[in-house]
Design a protein around this ligand. Structure first.
Ligand code: ATP
Ligand code: MG
Length: 308
């Protein structure tokens, strides 16, 4: 496989449930070894798209290839070859870690099963806990077990659907370190998340809303292209300033971050003037680099206006 090879190459994927179109002609390309983040609000169509890519859900329209297999006509092969981690924990809670992994390895008819299961304990640090019931594990360990189970058959593509929801920062960081190690081994990942720190660890991002991809690119590209300017304000009684700031020209968002306010807007000139108009009252104001969160919230506001 060449490094520029596309592991996912789908276009026009569409899914309707009843009269509602929940995925509306999505096209997505992911290269080998890339970590692609899939972002978007609740109900925007991430899980539905992932399920169409991995062959679990038949699209109503669209076509494409995943791991060299046609997602419409070779969905069984696609299913067998991807590692899919579902949004909800789907291990057997009344089986131990060992029993769960052994069971999955049997389903996938993994060769040298016992050896592979032992290896996966080691890789994900599960050895000491191998006889613990899956249902008794903490969130972080559950998610490690789920990752171990979708790696057993040595897939070249991981589809991870909010793999770290509700997991503490240390466990999330370790999980992401593992995804980066896998990427170095040439394993491609498409991962959905609501966490912006995780988005920043992806090579590329696609942001979806109402079933459409609104923007894609590297985090840097997306921030740059958004044209958003952000300012940080420090001072006394910031709580009282929020409502006032929201009324000022050019101000689209005001959010409290610890003891500061972050103010963002699309028109750099206008927001700059508005900031100047309050600065003389003793507030310390400095322009900062906008974050991805500012960009996505602003994007959603624009889309909502269009929909109205
Ligand atoms: N089997 C189904 N039947 C009917 N509607 C469905 C079905 N599956 C999903 N939907 C609807 O499709 C829309 C998209 O759902 P989806 O689960 O893909 O969103 P999501 O982006 O993964 O959201 P979240 O971030 O909450 O996981 C939602 O409105 C959901 O209610
Ligand atoms: Mg989902």
């Amino acid at each position: 496989m060449k490094n520029d090879e596309l592991v996912i190459d789908v276009k026009g994927l569409t899914k309707r449930f009843g009269d509602k179109t929940v995925v509306n002609g999505i096209s997505l390309k992911v290269r080998k070894g890339e970590i692609c983040g899939f972002l978007g609000p609740n109900g925007s169509g991430k899980t539905t798209t992932i399920r169409m890519i991995c062959g679990l859900l038949q699209p109503d329209a669209g076509e494409g290839v995943c791991l060299g297999k046609n997602v419409l006509t070779e969905s069984n092969e696609v299913k067998r070859n991807v590692g899919y981690m579902t949004q909800r924990f789907s291990m057997y809670e009344d089986l131990t870690i060992r029993e769960n992994l052994d069971f999955i390895a049997r389903i996938y008819e993994v060769e040298k099963r016992k050896e592979k299961v032992e290896k996966s304990f080691l890789r994900l640090g599960l050895t000491d806990r191998s006889d613990q019931l899956a249902g008794q594990l903490s969130g972080g360990w559950k998610q490690r077990l789920a990752l171990a189970s979708c790696l057993l058959h040595e897939p070249k593509l991981l589809l991870l659907d909010e793999p770290t929801a509700g997991v503490d920062p240390k466990a999330r960081r370790e999980f992401w370190d593992e995804i980066h190690l896998l990427a170095e081994e040439g394993i491609t990942t498409l991962v959905s998340t609501h966490y912006m720190d995780e988005a920043e660890r992806c090579n590329r991002l696609a942001y979806i809303a109402y079933g459409n991809i609104l923007v894609e690119g590297t985090g840097e590209d997306i921030v740059q292209a958004s044209g958003i300017s952000s300012w940080r304000i420090r001072g006394e009684n910031l709580g009282g300033l929020v409502a006032e700031l929201k009324q000022l020209p050019g101000v689209n968002q005001v959010a409290a971050f610890g003891n500061t306010l972050h103010v963002s807007g699309k028109n750099r000139g206008l927001i700059g003037e508005s900031i100047l108009s309050i600065q003389h009252r003793g507030y310390q104001c400095e322009e900062i680099k906008p974050g991805l969160e500012d960009v996505f919230i602003s994007l959603m506001a624009t889309v909502k206006e269009k929909i109205k």
